[in-house]
Design a protein around this ligand. Sequence first.
Ligand SMILES: [Zn+2]
Length: 86
Amino acid sequence: METVNNACLKFRRLLEDALDGNLSPEEYKSFIKHATFCPACHRKLRGEIMFRKLLQRALNQKQQELFHDKAQQLIISIKQRIYHQR
Ligand SMILES: [Zn+2]
């Protein structure tokens, strides 16, 4: 079992909204920040994105594009942060 602290619990509560693009700029920032230094949540986020990619086959073309943009943006933000820390 992995240990989950309060920051992780908060991250997981925000996960759905983050993927839907519904976070405020402040929430989004702390969400990205947590994913940057918490490998467990980073994995969780990537797993969720993979899962949604499978689900999106049931969506129409327009919805697929919207989702792809948001998920892609999220991954890019995290990668940039990780890169800048090195
Ligand atoms: Zn975490």
